[in-house]
Ligand binder design. Structure first.
Ligand code: BDP
Length: 715
């Protein structure tokens, strides 16, 4: 019997990595597979003491017990006595031990959510201290400490201070009450509204834990295309149940407010923000919400945008609308996140210019609890856009960043693209609003204009798929968003490496090649979809696949032909002084990099200029050849990514390996589709051949144009 057991054990140890469905995310906590490190860790963390008494403290104790035991392969328990315990967690107010350690100076810097992790010797014994000003701060510190172990860092001599520069770090769910997720590609909504509030799915706790582990502190539960029913008591009760789960993880609940709710569910004939009954209705509604959810965060509002109702329906301004709601939530310390994603068909102006024209005159007119939430670029979550000209242009208004994690325009949950690279590109862009160094990041964190409130939002890519995000690598975008929201100075490379080590393996033979293709994956995708500043040439409506020929919407600025403007002369949208002059909305030093066709950063060439097909590029090729080169290069890189992944087989469990491989195969196929369809179409204008040496498209333009996808997801 003993022998058989031994053989079974040996078999278990020898089998390659066990199958995993990806549900554990980056919180896998597998046994440290490096014996030397394991011994050091066991020595450094023999037990723990957590001070305090709150639901958050209970979560911390459970997390440490479970995760440390799993990582270190032996039961790591709570000791009743701090010494000789090796990990001590708490706040100065909950623990005499912590308050005796003289951490006041460090703690004075970390605010309510940050933490200090420090190695100390006390009573002749080495201990590791995780100290914070609040239990939530301690929870963040605990997750950070676990990350150090999970990524095989040295924990013997720690001296770390960490705190977020951005106050509101929020996931926006575009989830409808019927569980359909707008632009969702990972199943249906994880919010089971029908069974709430009575049945509490364990997924809610898992969701809160995952977000807390990366420092996200807010969630907008509902779609920006809002449903007034969300605000009825029937649904508030459900939202309150979720808020109760999230609270001990430091996560606040926010809702989207439908502007016409007073008329839709309030029985008032108008929703005019300057009408007394309307104002009273909102005040009462907000009071009711706070009864259900005492720490309710506030509202996210999409108004007068793509058909949504708003203050302009009543001849009022965005400021009138936002301020009415701001006044209602003010007594409870709530905020209004008012979206700047507005453009109108009736307006003949370049769509890229409209938000700026609408909002800049309103700078200084918003209440101090209003944040203007602006998408990263002036059009709409394209694979690459220059930063939005509103950043830096409304110094009196706190401005929130809105990134999109769900890949509406970036191949859905089928294409592997590591978005933090793109997020960093935007955050590090210099607006020059107050001279050199006025980075978008500084606008967002409020430091440029000295705002007391700041925020960043990511449109979630989460659904009820077993692995949360559809693509196993989609998790890296959720993870990366949270990490950047916490610390915008982290590099994309650091984030990628952390994620790979926690999610897959610490083996450098795996980490290094995978990190390398993650970091180039964004450029790869841009090259095979929209190189050189092209944008919005996806399938109409659903945004799946290439469709540069589309011109079927009555609304011009929804059609690809509006955006690429190809003709026999050239291609691109002239937004320079000779065209729409959208470039004028940027500060002079910022636009200098783009205003001249000859010197324009080629990443954005066709965004800002209509360029002749024979225009000479920096490479020496003409524009047409360069376009071909980029599209072919994108496909080659996608192929290389797949080839590299194939070599990673020994390091990954078969389930996730095969899943990623299958998706990469689709990605390569779709990259070829993009390349062929776009080049064949643009060739009808350039009238030049695809340069020799490149494989020729194997299908005709007519074939690509005939493809229809009536049931493409997310639409
Ligand atoms: C567009 C999406 C649409 C959203 C809209 C928005 O296609 O589904 O409702 O953005 O952000 O990208 O409001």
């Amino acid at each position: 019997m003993k022998k058989i057991k031994g053989i079974i054990l040996l078999l278990c140890l020898c089998t390659t990595v066990a199958a995993e469905d990806g549900h554990d995310l980056w919180l896998r906590f597998r046994l440290i597979d490096n014996p030397q490190l394991l011994a050091t860790y066991r020595n450094t963390v023999a037990g723990f003491v957590v001070y305090g008494n709150s639901p958050t403290i209970a979560i911390i104790k459970n997390e440490l017990n479970k995760s440390l035991s799993a990582l270190l392969g032996k039961a790591i328990k709570e000791n009743s006595n701090p010494i000789p315990s090796s990990l001590v967690v708490g706040t100065p107010s909950s623990s005499v031990v912590i308050s005796s350690l003289n951490l006041n100076e460090q703690l004075s810097k970390v605010g309510a959510e940050g933490f200090v992790i420090i190695s100390k010797t006390t009573g002749g014994k080495k201990i590791t201290v995780i100290a914070a000003n609040t239990d939530i701060g301690a929870l963040h510190g605990v997750f950070d400490f676990l990350r150090l172990i999970q990524t095989h860092q040295d924990i013997s001599n720690l001296n770390k201070i960490s705190f977020p520069k951005i106050d509101l770090r929020i996931l926006d769910h575009w989830d409808n009450l019927n569980r359909y997720v707008e632009r969702g590609y990972a199943g249906i909504s994880i919010w089971d509204w029908h069974k709430l509030p009575d049945y509490i799915d364990p997924i809610y706790t898992e969701y809160a834990r995952a977000n807390a582990s990366i420092g996200i502190n807010g969630t907008v539960l509902t779609n920006v295309n809002a449903n007034a029913l969300t605000l009825t008591s029937q649904y508030l009760e459900k939202a309150a149940a979720l808020a109760n789960i999230f609270r001990p993880y430091g996560i606040k609940v926010y809702l989207t407010a439908r502007f016409s709710a007073p008329s839709e569910i309030g029985g008032i004939s108008t929703s005019d923000p300057l009408n007394d009954s309307v104002q009273t209705w909102w005040k009462n509604k907000v009071q009711e919400i706070y009864k259900y959810i005492p720490d309710f965060g506030g509202f996210l509002v999409k108004a007068n945008s793509e058909g949504q109702p708003g203050p302009q329906n009543y001849g009022r301004t965005h400021a009138d609308g936002a301020n009415m709601l701001a006044d209602a939530v003010k007594p409870y310390h709530g905020v209004i996140m008012w979206r700047a994603f507005v453009y109108a068909n009736a307006n003949n102006e370049d769509r890229a210019k409209q938000a700026y024209e609408e909002f800049v005159p309103l700078d200084g007119k918003f209440r101090d609890n209003v944040l203007l939430q602006v998408k990263n670029g002036p059009i709409d979550f394209q694979p690459r856009e220059p930063f939005h000209p509103l950043f830096g242009s409304m110094p009196k208004t706190p401005m929130m960043m809105e990134f999109q994690l769900t890949q509406e325009y970036l191949g859905f949950a089928t294409h592997l693209v590591f978005l933090p690279v793109m997020f960093k590109e935007i955050l590090q862009s210099d607006t020059y609003a107050q001279g050199k160094g006025s980075y978008v990041a500084k606008v967002i964190d409020g430091s440029l204009d000295h705002h007391s409130i700041s925020g960043i939002a990511g449109v979630a890519n989460i659904g009820n798929d077993i692995n949360w995000t559809g693509h196993p690598f989609g998790q890296a975008n959720w993870y990366g968003f949270g990490r950047l929201a916490w610390d915008e100075d982290l590099s994309a490379a650091t984030i990628a490496e952390e994620w790979i080590r926690q999610t897959f393996s610490n083996d450098n033979a795996f980490v290094s090649p995978v990190k390398s293709f993650m970091l180039s994956s964004h450029e790869t995708l841009v090259n095979y979809m929209t190189p050189l500043g092209l944008h919005h040439i996806m399938g109409n409506g659903h945004h799946y696949g290439p469709s540069p020929w589309s011109n079927s919407f009555a609304r011009a600025d929804w059609n690809p032909v509006y955006f690429h403007r190809s003709d026999s002369m050239g291609i691109g949208f002239d937004r320079s002084a000779t065209g729409s002059n959208a470039i004028e909305q940027y500060f002079p030093e910022a636009r200098r990099a783009w205003e001249n066709t000859e010197t324009c950063d080629e990443k954005y060439l066709l965004w800002f200029h209509h360029v002749a097909w024979k225009h000479k590029m920096k490479s020496g090729r003409n524009l047409w050849e360069e376009l071909c080169y980029k599209y072919y290069n994108g496909v080659d890189s996608a192929r290389k990514m797949k080839d590299t992944w194939v070599k990673m087989k020994p390091y990954v469990d078969s389930e996730r390996f095969e899943h990623v491989l299958g998706l990469l195969e689709v990605q390569v196929k779709e990259a070829i589709w993009w390349r062929n369809a776009c080049l064949l179409y643009f060739q009808t204008f350039s009238k030049m051949p695809i340069p020799s040496g490149f494989e020729k498209p194997d299908k005709t333009l007519e074939y690509y144009e005939s493809l229809k996808f009536p049931y493409a997801p997310g639409n």
